[in-house]
Design a protein around this ligand. Structure first.
Ligand code: F6R
Length: 610
């Protein structure tokens, strides 16, 4: 949700900032801008559209400055146009700012600025902050103090980087609620929203902490809190390789990430799953093991795809460990004064580890005394840092805006967590072994589904012009149906709904006619026969059925218009396999419709605003 890059060092800053912005475009891609301090002046270029549109609109090669900032935007306040694009400046153009987040009290500050004779040209909250810093500079005469004082007065969230002609060799960065990482190179620093923009230059990074600010020059950096307390930075190493954030020959990141799943799923259980013992070793949970053993209730909180994974987690934990589980949308949880007991375990699931709603939910849970665990992909992210303990997904960087491999990795971790908890309680070693053996086969089973991608593409091409889709599944496959529908709507803009199959007759059946493709997840489990009856009901109303069914199941052939086969596994592992063809179906439909698969309209990868 908005990408920020800043550079200070000996090199020409503009190419470095532009290549960093391209790596951050998954965070927002409706406008882009750059500011370079050149011959002690600020040169700013900004434009609606993608970074490449900015590059094509103006010749940036004449910018020789070695200090600068850049931004790629996901609009919150104001349309995505040239004026609202970042960087924003103060009134005399001496201070430029890029911002990720929302300044909640910007209207109050704006009023104050206007009363004092300052002007604000754009509709953004970010420009208000830039002008405010300018006003404070006019009275204080010190840039660092002006930034610090302004940030003490603002409510809301920010990751900002400030460049100014008043201190032409310096950048000031600060964060609250939006991530900022400082890459530490040889006489140079790259500050960015995500390590993806840094890794080409250095692997050494400092994660800025909440309410921390940093002043960077070529000669070094200092940090302190916004309220002026001393802080000590720890230099850490980026945990992924540059190739992991390249497309590697695939047409889209999403397709690459779908194809990575045999490996990412395996990485999620490598060194953890003890197949012979029917158990799991989760080192990250060792310190809360006793709390887990006695927990009376688990609450899982998440958003979007991660929330769908949480629903599968509920079924898994209740079945294997017999502990009651509640699944909460993080955005709702925080605002309804949830009842949380001190012996509750609250689990946050998040790919990015930066989702504002999920972060707010865990802060609320911690305030109420719960033990808070994280199941997070991005190492060093805010949720990973703020939870009491946790398990990383180890899925590697996920760049495609639509989450794919992170979802199956979340299911991998949740299955192991449920097994771990179950074995601490009443689950037998034999039952544990059966599940562990099933999990160990999943990577090869995913591979075998991927081998048939072309037949899924063939079905996709036939339905690419549909305007509505229904996705139905029961039990463990109900969350998979929700996830399949979400994938389709976010990348192809086709309206799609996921429902428990048996709920269809309570309303959605009214939608069925010959124009409504219905995707049934009809794998073999205790509800299989009932799902077949639901398929009959759709066929009786001339609906078209695309069924995801097990290999060797020929009962379904006589009912479904199309059958996509997946290998047989335990019902509790079946949503992992079902989600692979659903991802491919959505992908190929979106490609057929000419949609921008990796950067769907209106979306951003990491939602750092509430
Ligand atoms: C859907 C998708 C979103 C995210 C949601 C939570 O494909 O990517 O629905 O799942 O924004 O994000 P994380 O998991 O980063 O907290």
């Amino acid at each position: 949700m908005c990408g920020i890059v800043g550079y200070v060092g000996p090199k020409k800053a503009s190419p470095l900032i532009l290549s960093g912005l391209k790596r951050l475009e998954y965070r927002g891609y409706d406008s882009a801008g750059i500011c370079i301090i050149d011959a002690e002046d600020l040169t700013i270029h900004k434009k609606a559209g993608r970074v490449v549109d900015l590059e094509q609109s103006v010749d940036l090669s004449h910018l020789t400055g070695t200090v600068g900032v850049g931004h790629t935007r996901w609009a919150t306040h104001g349309l995505p146009n040239d004026v609202n694009a970042h960087p924003h400046t103060n009134n005399d153009g001496s201070i430029a700012l890029v911002h990720n987040g929302i300044i909640e009290n910007y209207l109050t500050i704006k009023k104050k600025l206007i009363n004092a004779g300052y002007t604000v040209a754009s509709e953004t909250d970010s420009e208000v902050l830039a002008v405010f810093i300018g006003m404070l500079y006019d009275s204080l005469g010190n840039l660092e103090q002006a930034v610090q004082t302004a940030l003490q007065e603002v409510d809301g969230t920010f990751g900002i980087v400030v460049a100014s002609t008043h201190e032409p060799n310096q950048l000031i960065a600060a964060r609250r609620g939006s991530p900022l990482i400082l890459g530490v190179g040889q006489d140079e620093y790259v500050v960015a929203s995500d390590a993806a923009a840094i890794i080409a230059h250095t692997r050494q990074v400092v994660y800025l902490q909440e309410n921390e600010m940093a002043v960077l020059t070529r000669d070094g950096f200092t940090t302190k809190t916004i309220s002026n307390e001393e802080t000590h930075s720890v230099i850490e190493e980026i945990s992924f390789e540059l190739e992991e954030i390249e497309k590697g020959g695939f047409e889209h990141f999403m397709l690459k990430e779908i194809y990575e799943q045999p490996i990412t799923f395996h990485d999620g259980f490598r060194g953890r799953l003890l197949v012979d013992e029917g158990n799991v070793r989760l080192g990250g949970l060792a310190k809360v093991q006793e709390k887990l053993r006695t927990a009376q209730r688990i609450i899982i909180t998440a958003c979007g795809t991660s929330w769908h994974a949480a629903l599968v987690g509920e079924y898994l934990i209740e079945q294997l460990a017999r502990v009651p589980v509640e699944v909460e949308y993080a955005s709702e949880f925080r605002y309804r004064n949830p009842i949380i007991y001190p012996d509750d375990i609250v689990i946050a699931i998040s790919q990015s580890g930066e989702t504002a709603d999920t972060l707010a939910a865990i802060r609320e849970a911690k305030l109420k005394g719960a033990t808070v665990l994280g199941m997070v992909n991005v190492v060093g992210s805010t949720i990973a840092r703020e939870t009491d303990a946790g398990v990383y997904l180890h899925a590697g960087p996920e760049i495609g805006v639509a989450s794919t491999k992170a979802f199956t990795s979340q299911l991998c971790i949740l299955t192991q967590f449920a097994l771990y908890l179950g074995r601490m309680r009443d689950l037998t070693a034999e039952a544990g072994r059966e599940l562990a053996q099933g999990m160990a086969q999943i990577p090869d089973q995913i591979r075998s589904i991927l081998e048939h991608a072309e037949s899924i593409a063939h079905i996709a091409r036939q339905y690419a012009t549909a305007t509505n889709f229904l996705y139905l599944g029961r039990g463990y496959q109900f969350p998979a149906a929700l996830e399949g529908a979400l994938k389709l709507k976010e990348i192809s803009y086709i309206h799609a709904e996921g429902y428990p199959a048996a709920e269809m007759k309570h309303g959605p059946i009214a939608l069925i006619d010959e124009h409504m493709p219905v995707v049934f997840i009809a794998t073999k489990d205790e509800t299989y026969d009932k799902v077949l009856s639901n398929i009959e009901e759709v066929k009786a109303r001339r609906g078209t059925v695309i069924a995801i069914a097990n290999e060797g199941d020929h009962q379904i052939d006589r009912l479904a218009d199309h059958v996509i086969r997946i290998p047989t596994t335990l019902p509790m592992l079946a949503p992992i396999l079902a989600s692979i063809p659903l991802q491919l179906l959505a992908y190929y439909i979106a490609v057929e419709r000419g949609c921008n698969v990796d950067m769907p309209r209106n979306l951003a990868k990491s939602v750092t605003v509430e």
